[in-house]
Design a protein around this ligand. Sequence first.
Ligand code: C2E
Ligand code: CA
Ligand code: CA
Ligand code: CA
Length: 279
Amino acid sequence: AKDKGRGTYRFYAAQMNAQSAERLILESGLRRALVREELLLHYQPKLDLKTQRIVGVEALMRWRHPTLGMISPAQFIPIAEETGLIEAMGQWALRQACSDAVAWRRQGLPALQMSVNLSPRQLGSRTLISEIATILDESGLEPELLELEITEGAVMKNAEQAVTVLETIRGMGIGLAIDDFGTGYSSLSYLRRFPLSTVKIDRSFIHDLSEDTDAQALTDSIITLAHGLRMQVVAEGVETMTQLDHLRSRGCDVIQGYLLSRPLPAEELCRFVGGYLHH
Ligand code: C2E
Ligand code: CA
Ligand code: CA
Ligand code: CA
């Protein structure tokens, strides 16, 4: 039994080493990813349920590692956040997204709202506002066509400071969406305190819509609540027509999900929207 115990310990130790080794590899790789141009953005279209038009896209970061291949944001975003690398990466993403949005317009696409994810760390950065202003100025994108997606966690960290920053952002004409709504330690008072223009219902509720009456009740309530506060509602992770029909019947404004399209590289997104216009 003694031997067995020691073996188990060794096994765990080896596993832990493998985990921290992987983490180290990712961390050091991430430090070089920006300069080596291994980061890219994919864009997922959003459909307005009333007009049946594509009204915007969400920019989602991708990392093509030279030897490990595509690494999921679920793996690298937390590392970027912990190490602080997210600040430079997020700034790059914002600049790239704005410049792609302007390029699509030049190629004849209708105006699309560009949504970019903002991490808690970025929201706490003192230079955020001036960086956003510079990027809008340099790209020429109208502020009304930009939307920033933040999570509840990000605003809860330092609520007082967050309110000021978010009000400045809204004052510039930029949209503000609360992401993954319903999953965090949601406090309803945040919906009133923060100058939000959009609520994004988390995809876990959408996923359970067909079988689960609790998920339906929550989804319906979020839609009613958001509309009562004059906010737009986006449902994310819509994969089936049943989900879409439910959301439409409840007055949800916009949907996003694999049913419409997966996130696409910039040129493919451009073609997708072009094709959608003429079908
Ligand atoms: P998120 O902001 O909630 O983004 C939506 C995620 O849902 C994306 O995962 C998207 O690909 C996925 N998705 C979209 N439609 C469907 C669907 O119908 N079904 C399912 N199962 N999934 C769907 P992705 O691209 O892997 O990104 C994961 C998370 O990583 C994002 O969640 C966001 O929190 C973070 N992230 C991605 N890009 C950035 C970025 O540029 N900056 C920051 N700070 N975070 C980012
Ligand atoms: Ca998001
Ligand atoms: Ca989300
Ligand atoms: Ca999420």
